[in-house]
Design a protein around this ligand. Structure first.
Ligand code: PLP
Length: 361
């Protein structure tokens, strides 16, 4: 079976975890600090704050940016549910803006019309590893005095005009096992803002600046040193992992573009796409439907997946909360996308097998 993704872990990760266990400092210890410093330096921000997962990173980032009850945060409906849920955790309201059908990301030209006096932040998602149009989004934030929280959970190392995502605003990353860099579970916040960094560190650890002095409401969103030890090793390999993903994507794009009814991923000219997912579009009027193609691939041992079959505003919980409007590009896209394996551990034979299987189906 060729899974949709698989972490690439070596002996150095095993040894690094053993070292932590021998040292006995298991949570929020020296490895976490080392990982934070290395990650900040990689992204190009002054600070990085490690968290227990990407959802926690988003929640903390929004709270640190001052988002609270009845505020509005503009975001995309075409993402993993955690993006919008983090806004709800703050008592704020996600305002969904439809996507650009090429990039699958929030359409900047539709944002302006959704800004109200209650809007406090924009939360773009660099979906599948393709950066959003940050020039336009940063401009909107500056003009309207809005916080910018980037969901870079799928985009470690991706760049827009030579600048890494997560360094435009407050960056949020996930290190879940499917991600380009994994720590098992884990997350990171990146920022240049000293006050945001300090507040984020406090919220991560029960609102305390000093031990047992709880100045604000906080949570236990800490990272373990076991996770951080994995992160330090994985970060050293991230550029090579991404290079391999890009190479795999290039090969598959060449082959898939020859197959009628399938559209390979779009890559804007001014970005580095790091292919967290290699997501094709199965055109709706094609004789083989997306779901049939997915099932046929599964029968041939290929783990193709749909990210995401239902946009967030169509999820039952959101429908019950009154989100009943139509966002046509997101809804159409959710019916057409199919992600194929692209992870760095794939062999050339496996890549050829995937393409041949699609061609024969
Ligand atoms: C776009 C996006 N946002 C947020 C998250 C949440 O990250 P985590 O699963 O680490 O909490 C994920 C992870 O799946 C994601 O893909």
């Amino acid at each position: 079976m060729i899974n949709i993704s698989a972490p690439v872990l070596g002996n150095d990760e095993i040894e690094a975890v053993k070292d932590v266990l021998k040292l006995g400092m298991l949570a929020q210890g020296p490895k976490v600090e080392q990982f934070e410093e290395a990650f900040a330096s990689y992204i190009g921000t002054r600070y990085a704050i490690a968290t227990s997962n990407g959802t926690a990173a988003l929640h903390i980032a929004l709270l640190a940016a001052g988002i609270g009850k009845d505020d509005e945060v503009i975001t995309t409906p075409f993402s993993f549910i955690a993006t919008a849920n983090a806004i709800l955790f703050c008592g704020a309201r996600p305002i969904f803006v439809d996507i650009d059908e090429n990039t699958f990301n929030i359409n900047p030209s539709l944002i302006y019309g959704k800004i109200t006096p209650r809007t406090k932040a924009i939360l773009p998602v660099h979906l599948y590893g393709h950066p959003c149009d940050m020039k336009e989004i940063v401009k909107l934030c500056d003009e309207h005095n809005l916080a910018l929280v980037e969901d870079a959970c799928q985009a470690h190392g991706a760049e827009h005009r030579g600048k890494k995502v997560g360094s435009f605003g407050i960056g949020c990353f996930s290190f879940y096992p499917t991600k380009n860099l994994t720590t098992g579970e884990g997350g990171m916040i990146t920022t240049d803002d000293k006050d945001i960094a300090q507040k984020a560190r406090m919220i991560r650890n029960h609102g305390q600046k000093e031990k047992y002095s709880h100045e604000i409401l906080g949570y236990n969103y800490r990272m373990t040193d076991i996770a951080a030890a994995l992160g330090v090793c994985q970060l050293k390999k991230l550029d090579e992992f991404n290079r391999k993903r890009i190479e795999n994507a290039k090969l598959m794009t060449q082959e898939i573009s020859k197959i009628r009814g399938l559209t390979p991923p779009f890559v804007a000219t001014d970005v580095k796409h790091v292919f967290h997912q290699f997501t094709i579009r199965v055109t709706a009027d094609y004789e083989m439907s997306r779901d049939k193609l997915k099932e046929s691939l599964k029968r041939r041992g290929i783990g193709a997946e749909v990210y995401y079959p239902l946009p967030i505003h169509k999820q039952p919980y959101y429908q019950q909360s009154g989100y009943n409007h139509c966002l046509p590009s997101s809804e159409k896209t959710a019916m057409e996308v199919l992600s194929l394996p692209v992870y760095p551990g794939l062999t050339p034979e496996e890549l050829n097998y995937i393409v041949e299987a699609i061609r024969s189906i």
